[in-house]
Design a protein around this ligand. Structure first.
Ligand code: SF4
Length: 370
């Protein structure tokens, strides 16, 4: 059922090149996180999401210190080694200092346009909208210059519907995983999500739709294995989910920036592009990188753990992501106050030996079983 998703993530360059030829649209590389891909689609681009990769790091270290996260270092490595030649332009958001600086590096090193959707840190929704108006105009102008096409009300409406459908299908998949623990292998679940980073959205929607139909017909397996929730910025390295499968632990929910935090977003408001972008960035799931005093991340996470039936939480920490590191101690303290076990596992996207990760996952799950 999941072979086609695994094929995509094992052949990323080929997949993108094939669809680039088929669609005849310029490939736009989308950096983490929360850039509304509806804008790219509506402007006639082909968005592909770059959440990092597992390339050995050699060239990127000339420009980024080793204490920068491997998300940023590995995407830079990819461009420097020529692995992203098909990408014609890059879309950034300003979610962290590393990415703000990375964009500056791209501007100096490469001859490719970059756009930055700068995210404001303000108290009210009104102030956010006001700030974002000029920013959105500059981003859409930049996109239109690359694609040679204008964003129209019609193209934005079509793109909004496609992405709304996509997120609805993602949420259905999340729901099946939670209500039928063990039916979907952890490795398969994240392969299905990851394939969507590279495929045209309509193609991924069709694949998800037929997968969900098959899964809905299957009964939940009987299992009393531990159930956990994962939280972090990115769910990679994807190979680590084979470890969760080996140990036979069920991830029943997550709070990843490239997982639930994106899947939970509602339909983009195509009638008011500024309102649409503002709503998209700030709601509904809180993130360590986006300041929104209207949503308390502690209560949000607690509620998520309780509703998912998870017995514990693993904070999946990409070294050395500052925003994530700042939030973790308070989140862990809150969970512990409520008697919910939590632990942090440190990872790097470029890691090739997973022994220590396996030991940590094993130890945590044994503790949950006790
Ligand atoms: S992992 Fe953290 S530091 Fe790295 S790009 Fe994402 S938010 Fe920024």
């Amino acid at each position: 059922m999941f072979d086609q998703f695994h094929n995509v993530i094992s052949n990323v360059s080929e997949t993108i090149s094939t669809y680039e030829d088929q669609l005849g649209k310029p490939v736009i590389g989308v950096m983490p996180a929360y850039f509304p891909m509806e804008l790219i689609d509506a402007a006639g681009g082909y968005p592909v999401q770059l959440w990092g990769n597992n390339m050995p790091l050699q060239m990127a270290d000339t420009y980024l210190q080793s204490y920068c996260c491997t998300v940023a270092r590995s995407v830079l490595e990819l461009e420097m080694k020529g692995g992203a030649n098909m990408v014609k332009a890059y879309a950034f958001t300003s979610i962290c200092d590393t990415l703000i600086n990375l964009r500056e590096i791209y501007r100096r090193l490469f001859d490719k346009p970059t756009f930055e959707l700068a995210i404001p840190s303000t108290q009210t929704a009104q102030a956010r909208r006001k700030y974002l108006k000029d920013i959105v105009d500059s981003v859409t102008n930049g996109l239109e210059n690359v694609t040679g096409k204008k964003i129209t009300q019609k193209s934005l409406k079509e793109a909004s519907e496609i992405y709304a459908r996509s997120r609805e299908l993602h949420r259905k998949l999340y729901d099946i995983r939670q209500t039928k623990p063990g039916l979907i292998k952890n490795y398969d679940f994240y392969a299905a999500l990851k394939a969507g980073f590279f495929l045209p959205r309509t193609e991924h929607n069709d694949m998800l739709q037929s997968l969900i139909q098959k899964l809905e017909e299957l009964a939940a397996p009987t299992s009393n294995r531990p159930k956990i929730l994962m939280s972090g910025m990115v769910f990679d390295p994807i190979q680590t989910y084979k470890i969760f499968d080996e140990i036979d632990v069920h991830i029943v929910d997550d709070d990843f920036a490239n997982g639930w935090r994106t899947a939970s977003k509602s339909e983009f408001n195509y009638e008011d592009i500024y309102e649409g972008v503002t709503e998209y960035i700030f709601n509904p799931s809180p993130c360590c990188c986006v300041y929104n005093p209207d949503i308390d991340r502690h209560d949000y996470l607690l509620k998520k753990v309780k509703s998912s039936g998870a017995q514990g939480v693993i904070f999946w920490y990409v070294k050395f992501c500052e925003p994530d590191a700042f939030d973790q101690p308070q989140l862990i303290a809150k969970l512990k106050q409520e008697g919910i076990p939590a632990t942090t596992i440190e990872i790097e996207l470029s890691m090739t030996n997973f022994d220590s990760v396996k030991t940590r996952i094993n130890a945590f799950c044994e503790m949950l079983e006790e």
